[in-house]
Design a protein around this ligand. Structure first.
Ligand code: KG4
Ligand code: ZN
Length: 332
């Protein structure tokens, strides 16, 4: 009999629900984005996000069940993101998950959002071999993680200041583009010359930690001094510098731990240039590179269901007393 997990994700500005069959069959994955509600403020407004989650959670869960062709009585486990993220936003998904688990009389499990991003690759490629290095690049986090098995990982490096996605968003905002800026920079960069401006690559040549705030400041200073510079060239040169640093460090991490492969995850892993360069790395250096589809890189609930299912097998259910933790850390 198929084991059905309902996953719920509400940590930021996406209300998402998904039904997973067994460990890796995505029966449905519904993502309702609130981007339009936040765009005019240039970023996510926490109170607006919480209110939108309250309105959307019931229809999104209903859609996920409907698309999967199952009913509440068919669900065996309810998983929801418990952190990190916006406290009000997290509480909506967590409370809904606990209520559904109580009504359906099934176990509930809280999921770390970062761990969920790590497991996204396995939904499309269940046979990936360990040890793996995962480059997790999102709006709030930039990390290199060694994965030795399910539930067995170690953070090798992380950003000392801004996350990569945050740098994309801030540069885009400075160039007058709407939130979220990553996809806008990606599009604009296609028409620019990536070699036209030599932006700095902070901390590129040593270690596995990242720094993006100096690169962002260099972009702002360059545009200030050269007001007529082409926005396309700025976008392409900024993206070139960011991608160069990300992949140089990822390659270093793969060599250091003797990894069998490199996986990308998080919203920035949807970036065209990052994906193209990662594939170049696989050809030139013989590193096995796995790129999840774009919809699995950005926030979704299928990855939450997958991480919840794996954790449930190893550790059992969470208590219904589990609270939301806005700064939850990634631990094995
Ligand atoms: O993982 P995610 O959906 O949410 C978080 O957990 O943060 O990542 C969102 C981030 C945003 O900063 C967004 O600008 C960035 O991912 N992003 C991109 C692209 N698509 C989304 N950055 C660069 N290029 C893209 N194509
Ligand atoms: Zn995320």
């Amino acid at each position: 009999m198929t084991f059905h997990t309902l996953g719920i994700e509400t940590s930021c500005d996406e209300t998402a629900a998904s039904v997973l069959g067994d460990t890796s069959t995505i029966m449905s994955s519904v993502v309702s984005s609130q981007i339009d509600m936040h765009a005019r403020y240039g970023g996510v407004v926490p109170e607006i996000a919480s209110r939108a989650h309250v309105e959307l959670i019931t229809p999104v869960v209903a859609d996920a069940l409907g698309e999967a062709g199952v009913e509440g009585k068919d669900i065996d486990l309810v998983a929801a993101t418990s952190g990190p993220g916006l406290i009000g936003a997290l509480l909506v998904g967590l409370s809904a998950a606990k209520a559904l688990a109580l009504v359906w009389d099934v176990p509930f499990i809280g999921v770390n959002h970062l761990e969920a991003h790590l497991y996204a690759s396995f939904l499309e490629e269940p046979d990936l071999e360990f040890p793996l290095v995962v480059l997790l690049v999102s709006g709030g986090h930039t990390m290199l993680i060694e994965m030795r098995g399910f539930g067995d990982f170690e953070i090798l490096g992380s950003t000392v200041d801004d996350a990569a996605g945050e740098a994309f968003d801030k540069v885009a905002r400075y160039l007058g583009m709407p939130y979220p800026g990553g996809p806008e920079i990606d599009r604009l960069a296609m028409q620019g010359d990536p070699q036209s401006i030599k932006f700095p690559r902070p901390m590129r040549n040593e270690g596995l930690d990242f720094s993006f705030s100096g690169l962002k400041t260099a972009v702002v200073n360059h545009v200030r001094k050269n007001p007529d510079v082409s926005a396309e060239d700025v976008a392409a040169s900024f993206q070139e510098a960011a991608v160069d640093v990300l992949l140089t460090k990822a390659e270093r991490a793969v060599e250091r731990v003797g990894a069998k492969g490199l996986c990308l995850g998080g919203g920035v892993a949807a970036n065209s240039q990052l994906r193209e360069r990662a594939l170049d790395l696989s050809i030139s250096k013989g590193i096995q590179v796995y790129l999840p589809s774009r919809s699995m890189c950005t926030d979704n609930a299928a990855m939450v269901a997958a991480a919840g299912r794996r954790r449930f097998v190893d550790d059992g259910p969470s208590s219904l007393w589990l609270g939301a933790d806005p700064s939850l850390k990634l631990t094995s």
